[in-house]
Ligand binder design. Structure first.
Ligand code: PEP
Ligand code: MG
Length: 554
């Protein structure tokens, strides 16, 4: 029995077999497939995607360093189209029935070895390019989560070095009992998604990940952030007990369905849910969410192979709004960039993506995509109670420009005779220190604020939210620096008479609930699975009594 300590990302206990998701950068294994046709298809589509990436890299490099120094990408494209290379891989798949990853790696190594021995310096140098392009294709193949999961028999505990939001959002929830990752923190998107799905997760295992074995039986303790490999009988029994009592606790909480989210002294709190997909409306209703406080619309892009058209977006927004009928749905315009990248829409590489072109910055740089989303939103507005929120705001001008584009789209829709519900509430996410500090000015522009404490914490503490080496004393929404900014935003909202909510993960942190309510926060938006527990806690708070000390005086 071995015990590994990581970060508790999502509560609950899972007992199951480990399944490695092949983005773990483990060496490619020799494996055979019973379907060479499928492997050939996988190879071809991964090769084409790798070619597309090289093409984009080439274009970017030409802009930055000029055509001469960018030639390498052209050469690599030629190698990926090389007949000997392609037939080498195909032969190994057809004749030896190797899986595509292994066939690609082996062909790359064989050809690289061959040309490194040639008596021609230029060709010798191409051997590293052959290894490079093979690595590229293997990475593309590893990105095929669907295939990887389609091999799963029954339920598993998924292990990955890191899960990208695009990968997490595609997981088949009926098969994944829990996640375990080497990287990540409590507020990385994989952790957030695991809480929405209500499955236990332990992240940040770092190097310990290499000691986990594919197929081994493990206990995942999402309360303590512990993974136990090869548990003995007594441990298994102990955890089966914990699993049962947690289920029982959740069952008891169900009694609070239909109850009010009101403090002992009568303050009503609006308790909403964060969702990532239209299908999660079911979870919101099951858990008695009073609305949707944050729909991360960019997830629509991450689960697809091409940018969702206006029609696809319209249908998704309509589904959510209709599903929630008269309850408010806050839809965030796409917060792409940083860790949410689109393989089919490569953006220029950035030195510091979290501080780069993400959220509203990206939307304003690509106004056609942004306007397409605004059209879909306004068209869907007749199907429910829509509110629109802009992410990653840091200047007044960004809000004004976003509103200008919204008005432009509205006028256009009117001229087309399309119906829409106007006005829809407009809000900004307060997730940069700048936004909090100018929240008095922002409050004049919008109808509400929602505080994204995940990013606010990352930016005010200069602590990468995705880095498991940043400890929780830095990545801490209870830090007074974060709370002071929350208070500033809440006070400025109140002064202007607009509502202010919190939709970062700290909204579900019961250590902070009383503090938030005393600051004037009137809405909390959390994962559906946290609603009833938070309601229970709110019902125990008495704001007329002496304040319970918040984590630190602010
Ligand atoms: C936040 O930053 O707190 C937030 C809710 O947005 P996201 O987690 O999607 O960045
Ligand atoms: Mg954010």
């Amino acid at each position: 029995m071995e015990r590994f300590n990581g970060i508790a990302a999502s509560r609950g206990v899972a007992i199951g077999k480990l399944h490695f998701f092949d983005n773990c950068q483990r060496p490619v294994q020799l494996a055979r497939s019973d379907s060479p046709e499928r492997e050939l298809e996988r190879f071809e589509s991964a090769r084409l995607r790798a070619l597309k990436t090289l093409d984009d890299l080439h274009t970017q490099a030409v802009e930055r360093v000029g055509p001469e120094d960018s030639m390498i990408f052209g050469v690599q494209q030629a190698l990926l189209n090389d007949r000997d290379y392609i037939s080498g891989v195909r032969d190994l798949i057809n004749q030896e029935h190797y899986v595509a990853e292994y066939a690609v790696q082996r062909t790359g190594e064989r050809l690289a070895q061959m040309i490194s021995q040639l008596d021609n310096v230029y060709l010798q140098e191409r051997s590293s390019d052959l290894l490079d392009i093979s690595g590229r294709v293997v990475r593309q193949l590893n990105g095929e989560l669907a295939r990887d999961l389609s091999d799963i028999q029954g339920q598993v505990v998924l292990v990955a070095q890191d899960l990208l939001p695009s990968e997490t959002v595609q997981l088949d929830q009926s098969k994944v009992q829990a996640f375990v990752t080497g990287g990540g923190s409590r507020t990385s998107h994989a952790s957030i998604l695991s809480r929405t799905m209500g499955i236990p997760a332990v992240v940040g295992l770092q190097e310990q990940l290499s000691q986990l074995r594919d197929g081994a039986l493990v206990v995942v303790d999402g309360f303590q952030g512990v993974v136990i490999q090869d548990p003995d009988e007594a441990t298994l029994e102990e955890y089966l007990g914990k699993q049962q009592s947690f289920l029982e606790y959740r069952r008891q909480l169900k009694r609070l369905k239909g109850a009010e989210s009101r403090t002992l002294d009568g303050k009503k709190v609006v308790l909403c849910c964060n969702v990532n997909q239209p299908s999660e409306v079911r979870l919101v209703l099951e858990n008695d969410g009073e609305g949707i406080g944050l729909y991360r619309s960019e997830m629509l892009c991450l689960e697809r192979e091409e940018f969702p058209s206006e029609e696809v977006q319209f249908q998704a927004y309509r589904e959510i709004l209709e599903g929630m009928s008269s309850r408010r749905v806050v839809i965030r315009t796409m917060d792409l960039g940083a860790d949410k990248k689109l393989p089919y829409l490569p953006l220029p590489a950035e030195q510091n993506p979290a501080m780069g072109c993400r959220g509203i910055r990206l939307s304003l740089q690509y106004p056609d995509y942004f306007k397409q989303q605004l059209r879909a939103l306004l068209r869907a507005s007749v199907y429910g109670k829509l509110a629109i929120i802009f992410p990653m705001i840091s200047t007044l001008e960004e809000v004004r420009e976003a509103k200008r584009l919204l008005w432009e789209v509205e006028a256009q829709l009117r001229s087309e005779g399309l119906r829409m519900e106007r006005p829809v509430e407009l809000g900004v996410m307060i997730e940069t220190p700048a936004a909090a500090l100018i929240s008095d000015m922002l409050a004049r522009e919008v109808d509400f604020f929602s505080i994204g404490t995940n990013d606010l914490t990352q930016y005010v503490m200069a602590a990468d939210r995705n880095n498991s080496r940043i400890d929780s004393t830095l990545n801490d929404p209870c830090h007074p620096a974060v709370l002071r900014l929350v208070r500033i935003a809440a006070e400025n909202a109140r002064a202007r008479g607009i509502w202010c909510g919190v939709c970062g993960e700290s909204a579900a942190d019961v250590r902070l609930t009383e503090t938030f309510l005393r600051m004037g926060i009137s809405e909390l938006s959390v994962a559906p699975a946290s609603i009833l527990e938070l309601r229970k806690h709110i019902r125990s708070i008495d704001l007329s009594a002496q304040p319970q000390r918040c984590p630190e005086p602010v």
